[in-house]
Ligand binder design. Structure first.
Ligand SMILES: Cc1cc2nc3c(=O)[nH]c(=O)nc-3n(C[C@H](O)[C@H](O)[C@H](O)COP(=O)(O)O)c2cc1C
Length: 213
């Protein structure tokens, strides 16, 4: 059964723009066939703890010979990894928090990047996630366009591209929406029109992307 993993990491609930957009993508993707299924993992209500030991970053055969990993930590790590490996595609809500990833999404990423398992490590290890689609819905409170004050200060997207794309070999598509704070913070209200325009375009882009996934 084709499966989409929908991963949300916004600290907010109903007001979250990234949640609304990952939902849009999931609904459009489900419409593509009767046997499709979406697995929802909300990192706000069901957070993933950071890996219990640094050794979990490596395939078992690459770990230091004296590395000790408690069975519980190994099992928790395997659950996160298996959830991604079982998915044919993933859509990730990735809000920008203090110029970086949400803490919960960073912990998730620390589990799924495993040299020797999901990423190569100097050999010809298979990359099981290679070519699978990863749609990243990036939401940012202020403007990050070229020449804006915050241009170049998004340190979340480069990490996601590097790990999901370069390391894991996934087919990464980023759909970003800026100026989300204009909907709630009076000081940014003058940017609301541009936010709403971008939101509508992102919604259409995600529906179209879902139809091709
Ligand atoms: C703790 C925190 C830190 C934030 N830091 C930034 C930031 O560095 N840059 C930015 O553009 N917006 C920042 N924002 C605004 C969020 O990126 C914005 O509200 C976004 O829409 C959150 O995603 P969501 O709508 O899916 O919840 C921050 C918000 C919070 C709560």
């Amino acid at each position: 059964m084709p499966t989409l993993l929908r991963l949300d990491s916004s600290y907010d609930d109903a007001a979250s723009v990234s949640r609304a957009l990952t939902a849009t993508f999931a609904t459009a993707w489900l419409a593509g066939g009767p046997d499709r299924a979406v697995v929802e993992h909300d990192l706000r209500t069901d957070p993933v703890a950071p890996p219990g030991r640094g050794a979990l970053h490596w395939a078992p055969g690459l770990r230091a010979p004296d590395a000790v990993v408690p069975a519980g930590a190994e099992a928790a790590h395997a659950r996160v990894l298996d959830e991604l490996l079982a998915a044919d595609a993933v859509v990730i809500g990735a809000p920008l928090y203090n110029y970086g990833l949400s803490a919960t999404l960073k912990a998730w990423l620390d589990h799924v990047h495993v040299p020797g398992v999901t990423a190569p490590f100097g050999g010809d290890e298979p990359r099981p996630l290679r070519g699978r689609r990863a749609v990243v819905v990036a939401t940012r409170g202020t403007a990050h366009d070229d020449d804006s004050e915050a241009d170049g200060r998004d340190h979340a997207l480069p990490v996601l591209r590097l790990i999901l794309g370069d390391a894991l070999g996934m087919d990464v598509h980023v759909v970003a929406v800026d100026r989300t704070l204009s909907a709630t913070v009076p000081a940014f209200a003058d940017q609301r029109g541009r936010f709403e325009e971008r939101l509508a375009a992102a919604t259409a882009e995600l529906r179209e992307l879902a139809a091709r996934t």
